[in-house]
Design a protein around this ligand. Structure first.
Ligand SMILES: Cc1ncc(COP(=O)(O)O)c(C=O)c1O
Length: 234
């Protein structure tokens, strides 16, 4: 598994759907973080880096720190997402109307079942996987089918089982790749097969929070560029 620092860097500071997170060099920033007056340990050793929470060993990009520090003076003014969306759209090569801003990907993942399940229905996902969306779907009264991973196949997703669980009431189909907590990674060809197999009114949610840990390959954004229009990539 190789990580392209340049690609990771370029994505830095943009926290939006369709755009993952990033980092850069500078271990000093970790040391700076450990001097926080707040206890950020969550019960782990204070200097543990929790990769399962999207943390990283290198700290934020100096450019992000510089930008955020400069912007803090303007933070009493209301900023409209429209100022940032065209830049993200340019970077990703998609139309700006396809970019939705959120406070982290969590906000968008939580809004998805509310937007797409407002008239009821069900959600299909896996077990074990990140539950940011499915927990909200549970609370919102949607039926959530969690299809177990295939333990005897290195915790691969059971795509046959997941697609079998899709019926005429299914509103969202959720796939986390690379998966948290197993690291299971799904190829672009498999992603495309699922998109082709899903009914056209089912929102295909691709949570790709860890996509930058993968060798460079196509992501869910490429699916959107190929014309699949009922896809949400975070
Ligand atoms: C798979 C996965 N998706 C989404 C999130 C939420 O990320 P964000 O910080 O963008 O809200 C996490 C956080 O750990 C995660 O592991």
């Amino acid at each position: 598994m190789t990580l392209s620092r340049r690609r990771f860097l370029t994505n830095s500071a943009l926290t939006a759907t369709a755009v993952p997170l990033a980092l850069t060099a500078g271990i000093d920033y970790c040391e700076a973080a450990s001097k926080s007056p707040y206890d950020l340990s969550m019960g782990f050793p204070a200097d543990a880096i929790r990769l399962n929470y999207n943390e990283n060993t290198l700290g934020p990009s100096p450019k992000a720190i510089e930008g955020a520090t400069a912007a803090i003076h303007e933070s009493y003014r209301y900023a409209l997402a429209d100022q940032l969306r065209p830049h993200i759209a340019d970077y990703q090569g998609v139309d700006k109307d396809w970019v939705v801003m959120g406070c982290g990907s969590s906000e968008i993942l939580r809004l998805a079942p509310i937007a797409f399940g407002r008239n009821g229905g069900n959600v299909v996902s896996a077990h074990e996987t990140w539950g940011g969306l499915t927990r909200v779907a549970d609370n919102f009264g949607l039926n959530v089918t969690r299809v177990p991973l295939l333990k005897d196949q290195d915790y691969a997703f059971d795509f046959d089982g997941m697609l079998d669980a899709v019926d005429s009431d299914t509103r969202l189909f959720v796939l986390v790749t690379p998966n948290n907590p197993t690291g299971t990674t799904v190829s672009y060809a498999e992603i495309k097969n699922i998109a082709d197999a899903l009914p056209k009114d089912v929102l295909f949610v691709l949570d790709q929070a860890y996509v930058d840990y993968q060798d460079p390959q196509k992501s869910g954004v490429d699916l959107i560029k190929e014309g699949y229009s009922i896809v949400l990539v975070t």
